[in-house]
Design a protein around this ligand. Structure first.
Ligand SMILES: NC(=O)c1ccc[n+]([C@@H]2O[C@H](COP(=O)([O-])OP(=O)(O)OC[C@H]3O[C@@H](n4cnc5c(N)ncnc54)[C@H](O)[C@@H]3O)[C@@H](O)[C@H]2O)c1
Ligand SMILES: [Zn+2]
Ligand SMILES: [Zn+2]
Length: 385
């Protein structure tokens, strides 16, 4: 089959001869992919920043597909079902899954005790093959996948596997109260969705900060918020303080993670050498520009090694830090309602529809923010109209 193949940092290609996935466990399903995406999280592995990303592996943790085959233990799905598959691989029965912490499953990732399994996200996330392929194996198929409602557009469905729940959970973890000022760092797909969702929680003012102009233009229009270029702000923290009567934002959201720009030292230590688990520039700004007693919500991804974080300020300001991988399965039912009622329009962020065979071009465009790219879809030939 055709599948994305990682050849080393900044090198991927479409492989025409990847072996077809097989049922390996009674609870597995084999799925024929109809849509997959490239995520900002894929850029961390594409840039070589995640340990144990093996040459030859296939990325892709956001996908929809049609069930082709099920193992004897799968009774929630049948052949022919069109499903959306959460990026977290979760067993459904461990103590963490029981608490709805589906991103922290204790069973699906034998390589770590922090994060659970994630499709196509290096061996530190379990070593599973991802969905940037024609076919993919879905473990614990009774647990994660949901059948796509008949009325739902496939382009919306695929974004419900990661972007929408992550943006929503970013806002949710912010504990936003009515009238709060929410500052979001990052105007990628996740920051854009977090800005949109912040209003659902009652925010009174939403500010997005990035340095890519076309993304700032997009988020202003899509999420009806303020958006600023940090290169033009001078001191970002001072700007946030000034615009909030010198108190600071009620809630700050880090939707950037370890690939952040904006600080030479952080970039050097976190991305170039790299000695730390990513450049924590946006997290720095979030901690320093939130008010005393405020909440910092982190969905940006960092590596397991310590990053340079101003922890003293966290203590002395009495901050609450909330962070996690999104718990997609927990959120999907209510997000389906938001899409149905028209409160969320996920597919509007899709800017590129790229044939799976041209996956290398997709990574190039998305990573380099070419061609006004916000969110690229990869479409296998059998799913193209
Ligand atoms: N927690 C989760 O479940 C989860 C799920 C999906 C993605 N993520 C993470 O969320 C982050 C964003 O994902 P995305 O798809 O939007 O990625 P993206 O790379 O498209 O967007 C990141 C944006 O941050 C901007 N940026 C860089 N440095 C900045 C800074 N110092 N301040 C403000 N903005 C800055 C970039 O210009 C870019 O527009 C990534 O770290 C990704 O790994 C987490
Ligand atoms: Zn993702
Ligand atoms: Zn579990």
């Amino acid at each position: 089959m055709i599948a994305m193949n990682y050849r080393g940092p900044y090198k991927v290609r479409a492989d025409k001869n990847k072996p077809m996935p097989q049922i390996e466990h009674p609870q597995d399903a084999i799925v024929r992919v109809t849509r997959s995406c490239i995520c900002g999280s894929d850029l961390h592995i594409y840039h070589g920043l995640v340990p144990d990303t093996r040459v030859g592996s296939t990325f892709g943790h956001e996908f929809t597909g049609i069930v082709e085959e099920v193992g004897p233990g799968v009774d929630n799905l049948k052949v022919g079902d069109h499903i959306m598959v959460p990026f977290n691989i979760a067993c459904g029965t461990c103590p963490f899954c029981k608490q709805d912490l589906f991103g922290n499953c204790h069973e699906s990732n034998s390589s770590a005790t922090a994060v659970g399994g994630i499709y196509g996200y290096s061996h530190t996330a379990g070593g599973y093959a991802g969905g940037q392929a024609e076919y993919v194996r879905v473990p614990y198929a009774n647990v994660g996948p949901m059948i796509i409602p008949e009325w739902m557009d496939l382009d919306d469905a695929v974004l419900l596997t990661d972007v929408v729940p992550t943006g929503y959970q970013a806002a949710e973890m912010g504990g936003i109260r009515k009238g709060d000022t929410v500052v979001i760092f990052g105007a990628g797909p996740i920051g854009i969705m977090a800005a949109k969702c912040a209003w659902l929680f009652g925010a009174g003012r939403v500010i997005v900060i990035d340095h890519v102009e076309y993304r700032l233009d997009f988020v202003r229009d899509y999420a009806q918020c303020e958006a600023y270029n940090f290169k033009e702000l001078g001191d970002v923290v001072e700007f946030v303080k000034r615009t909030t009567g010198w108190f600071g934002a009620d809630v700050c959201i880090d939707a950037v993670g370890g690939d952040a720009a904006g600080d030479v030292l952080q970039t050097m230590l976190g991305r170039r050498i790299p000695m730390t688990g990513g450049a924590a520039t946006a997290l720095h700004w979030a901690i320093n520009s939130v008010k005393k007693g405020g909440i910092v919500s982190i969905v940006g991804v960092y590596g397991p090694i310590d990053a340079l974080v101003p922890i003293g300020n966290v203590v002395n300001k009495g901050l609450t830090i909330r962070a996690n991988q999104a718990s997609v399965k927990r959120l999907m039912p209510r997000l389906i309602e938001h899409v149905k009622e028209g409160r969320l329009n996920p597919k509007a962020i899709i800017t590129h529809r790229i044939p799976l065979e041209e996956v290398a071009e997709g990574y190039h465009i998305f990573s380099n923010k070419r061609d006004n790219c916000i969110k690229p879809l990869l479409i296998p030939h059998h799913a193209r109209a």
